[in-house]
Write a protein that binds this ligand. Structure first.
Ligand code: HEC
Length: 214
């Protein structure tokens, strides 16, 4: 028992030592400033290909979300986030021709593909949506994540209504227009998917022939 306690202490000291070593200028009992943590973080990344260091800069919305995660009862922050969500909604561009649906077969490929935006990816090639990483879609695909809700029977459950299509389009285009601190990528707003690609994933959700609706 004593030996166990000793080992735990040693472990705790070891861990503290490690933290102290990695803290930018300062001793273990000195809390590092946010700015110094940012600097340290930036210094530990190397820009490579399209993955440049500006990716570490937070937008005002991301900064507000980080602050809100630490202070979830701060009503001023909540108001700030609500205002920022309106801004996000204003970024949504609906399809110029008024047609929301493309080809669900292409949409399935986009949903399956996690390529794009990484340093090793060719920026000239189209990116994927990686939807299955977070959502269930076609029942034929059994490997899917559950960070997001299941999208099985998505269109069918909404009677394929044009209103539901409009909302889903906006949600895919810019998820932060609906949930300020959403973890879902802003596919349209960040230029990850083109309008044509968004139409294809929309068809995966809303085409009655799509496996999602079987
Ligand atoms: C990193 C995880 C992640 C990825 C990747 C992702 N989503 Fe999401 N998605 C979420 C989460 C989480 C939600 C729940 C709402 C929120 O937090 O924004 C969501 C919500 C949605 C909704 C709204 C569901 C509802 O309640 O009506 C749709 C539609 C959607 N996602 C479609 C997609 C499509 C299509 C793709 C791929 C192009 C995709 N998502 C990729 C995480 C993700």
């Amino acid at each position: 028992m004593q030996r166990f306690a000793f080992q735990l202490t040693a472990l705790a000291l070891g861990a503290a030592g490690l933290v102290a070593c990695s803290l930018p200028q300062g001793s273990a009992d000195e809390t590092p400033s946010t700015a110094s943590i940012r600097e340290e973080l930036k210094a530990s990344f190397q820009p490579k290909g399209q993955a440049t260091l500006d990716r570490l800069d937070q937008s005002p919305l991301q900064a507000a979300c980080s602050a809100y995660a630490m202070n979830p009862n701060d009503s001023d922050l909540r108001k700030q986030l609500d205002a920022l969500m309106v801004e996000q909604m204003n970024t949504v561009q609906y399809p110029a021709d008024g047609h929301y649906l493309g080809d669900w077969k292409k949409g399935e490929k986009i949903a399956q593909t996690g390529k794009g935006k990484q340093f090793s990816d060719d920026p000239e090639k189209p990116s994927g949506g990686n939807c299955y990483a977070c959502h269930q879609l076609s029942p034929k695909e059994i490997a899917y994540g559950n960070i997001g809700p299941s999208l099985l029977h998505y269109g069918k459950l909404r009677n394929y209504s044009p209103e539901a299509m409009k909302v889903a389009w906006a949600q895919i285009y810019n998820s932060k227009a609906f949930h300020a601190c959403s973890t879902m990528p802003r596919f349209g707003e960040q230029g990850i998917l083109t309008q044509a690609q968004i139409k294809d994933v929309m068809a995966l959700l809303f085409d009655p022939k799509s496996p999602v609706n079987q």
